[in-house]
Design a protein around this ligand. Structure first.
Ligand code: KIV
Length: 279
């Protein structure tokens, strides 16, 4: 083994892996948690090298990878395929995988079986599921097998047909109180963190202050313990989705389209390949 390779391997070993315990410590000392979605090996490798704390293999894969209108069609097998691709790339980040619609609702035994399949077949570190009181039994049963669980409240896209729209949730007192109660239930049940999606910032801040576990927001303001964004949205690969909370860090739609356009014209004009680009 070359000296350089040895050094690289030692560095890999030294790098402190993010665990659920590390996230709790981060909350305690006020360090914000950065989480982002990924669904494939190559992108997961880049974002792990960038130093992301948590990678979510979200069921948003149903939208951004498969082109479905909602998150409902993605299957457990498809989530496992995405998750195992991500896991092969990751050295440092905590990898959390969404339990897809229909794999846990209403039956805690099925929830446990689904979570076990994800952990066994993909090598993921934790699972995430949507809902409060109604999934308490499933959360407890999954936890009884030693599988860490992340909760998800507020706008829960798997219930889109119940809500009818993707607008901000829990603006009214009754729904806000229910959300606070659900957050308490999830913490008490043993969740290691909770995602709050698209709710008023004041409500999210209140929940984050009250809970000991980290609260990660998406469209929930800056008073929570961390942020999550869908990678394709923040990199500007998707263009049609533009909620107020989304900050775009790149315009990859434009960059990729431009680069592919240049390639097409180089091929058509016979500029590519040139003398150096062949054998
Ligand atoms: O599936 C997903 O990407 C998510 C995030 C929006 C939190 O659940």
């Amino acid at each position: 083994m070359s000296g350089l390779k040895g050094q690289e391997m030692a560095k890999k070993k030294e790098e402190k892996k993010v665990t659920t315990h590390v996230l709790l410590e981060m909350k305690r000392r006020g360090e914000k948690i950065a989480m982002i979605t990924a669904y494939d090996y190559s992108i997961a490798k880049i974002i792990d090298h960038a130093g992301i704390d948590v990678i979510l293999v979200g069921d948003s894969a149903s939208n951004v990878m498969a082109g479905h209108e909602t998150t409902l069609p993605i299957t457990l097998d498809q989530m496992i395929y995405h998750a195992s691709s991500v896991i092969r790339a990751v050295n440092r980040a905590l990898v959390v995988v969404d339990l897809p619609f229909g794999s846990y609702q209403g039956n805690s035994k099925e929830a446990l079986n689904s979570a076990i399949r994800i952990m066994k077949d993909s090598g993921a570190h934790a699972v995430k599921l949507e809902g409060g009181k109604e999934v308490k039994e499933s959360v407890e049963r999954i936890l009884s097998a030693g599988i860490p669980v992340m909760g998800h409240l507020g706008l829960t896209p798997q219930s889109i047909y119940k809500f009818g729209t993707y607008t901000v949730r829990a603006k009214e007192k009754e729904e806000a109180e229910r959300l606070i109660a659900d957050a308490r239930i999830l913490e008490k049940a043993g969740c290691f963190a909770i995602v709050l999606e698209k709710i008023p910032a004041t409500l999210a801040t209140k929940v984050a202050k009250e809970l000991d576990i980290p609260v990660i927001g998406i469209g929930a303001g800056g008073g929570v313990d961390g942020q999550v964004l869908v990678l394709h949205d923040m990199l500007g690969i998707t263009t049609e989705f533009s909620p107020r909370f989304l900050r775009r860090y790149a315009d990859l739609y434009k960059d990729i389209k431009g680069a592919v356009g240049n390639y097409i014209s180089d091929v058509k004009s016979k500029d590519f390949p040139n003398a150096e680009e062949q054998y």
